[in-house]
Design a protein around this ligand. Structure first.
Ligand code: C2E
Ligand code: CA
Ligand code: CA
Ligand code: CA
Length: 273
């Protein structure tokens, strides 16, 4: 009886009820966001060893009519739960491909790549590869300039399915980056089985690498691992010159972070007019 009483109390907890209500409101707003045109894509520079921009990562922003800019960390988990991430992710892909097609028309920007984050929910949707190929064809974006960022969680269950989808897209020139590398729980054995092109060192390791020996060791090992597996490696979350110099000395040749540029609308990118 005591147990049941506690459960009942917990169920009618006003704080929890308020939280549920807030969540329901966010979900209702999220459903309207796409038809109302409230999403934006921001772009953050990725630079090479010589400091020149080689491409960008596309980062989703939600311009909420009442709350202003809502960050993806606040709505993507919900969008994954209710599968709204599928149409939202389709919009991201379409918008990024339109940008790629515009850049392709100018020799000054034709080589730039766009890295697009793909949720596992979106990636596992039937016909994902076909959808990407159709978007590339429709927009006229060069497939070799599109990089898809996937996370380790994608490979936990249906590794063979994921591999098939990747191979199909790779055949057309699309490349793959493994995002947040080192933060997942999966073993390293999948690395040799998957057709990846790039490892992306997670920003949590980059942030601490000058203060914390374990982070430094993880970053150094990741750079060495990518070399021996013949994968590109990029460090994200680079905020200081000291971090850049340390990474360069370890052999890292690609960087992304506030030190080089914050995410912003396409007009904010350092492109020649
Ligand atoms: P992520 O893919 O790991 O993206 C990197 C995050 O770090 C971005 O946060 C970026 O703004 C931030 N960042 C970049 N440079 C620095 C730096 O030097 N220091 C620090 N402290 N942070 C830096 P953002 O834009 O808030 O995105 C958060 C997450 O939301 C992303 O993490 C990604 O997982 C997800 N996300 C963003 N856009 C999309 C999208 O279009 N589709 C999907 N499925 N997920 C997305
Ligand atoms: Ca990413
Ligand atoms: Ca990341
Ligand atoms: Ca992250």
């Amino acid at each position: 009886a005591k147990e049941a009483g506690r459960d009942t109390l917990r169920f009618f907890d006003p704080a929890m009820q308020a939280q549920l209500q807030q969540r329901a409101r966010l979900e209702a707003d999220l459903r309207q966001a796409l038809p109302r045109g409230e999403f934006r894509l921001h772009y953050q520079p990725q630079v090479g060893g010589d400091g020149r921009m080689t491409g960008v990562e596309a980062l989703l922003r939600w311009a909420h009519p009442a709350h202003g800019m809502v960050s993806p960390g606040d709505f993507i988990p919900l969008a994954e739960e209710n599968r709204l991430i599928v149409p939202i992710g389709g919009w991201v892909l379409e918008t990024a491909c339109r940008q790629l097609a515009a850049w392709a028309a100018d020799p000054a920007t034709a080589e730039l790549t766009i890295s697009v984050n793909v949720s596992p929910v979106q990636f596992r949707e039937a016909g994902f590869a076909e959808q990407v190929l159709a978007t590339l064809a429709r927009t006229g974006a060069p497939p070799t300039r599109l990089k898809l960022e996937v996370t380790e969680s994608l490979f936990v269950d249906d590794r063979d399915e994921a591999r098939k989808t990747m191979l199909c897209l790779k055949e057309h020139g699309v490349t793959f980056s493994l995002d947040d590398f080192g933060t997942g729980y999966s073993s390293l054995s999948y690395l040799k089985r998957l057709p990846l092109d790039q490892l992306k060192i997670d920003q949590s390791f980059v942030r601490d690498l000058l203060e914390d020996e374990a982070s430094a060791a993880i970053v150094a090992s990741t750079i060495a691992l990518s070399e021996s597996l013949q994968l590109e490696v990029i460090a994200e979350g680079v905020e200081t010159e000291a971090q850049r110099a340390w990474l360069m000395a370890q052999g890292c040749q690609a960087f992304q972070g506030y030190f080089f540029g914050r995410p912003g609308p396409v007009e904010s990118l350092p492109l020649q007019a």
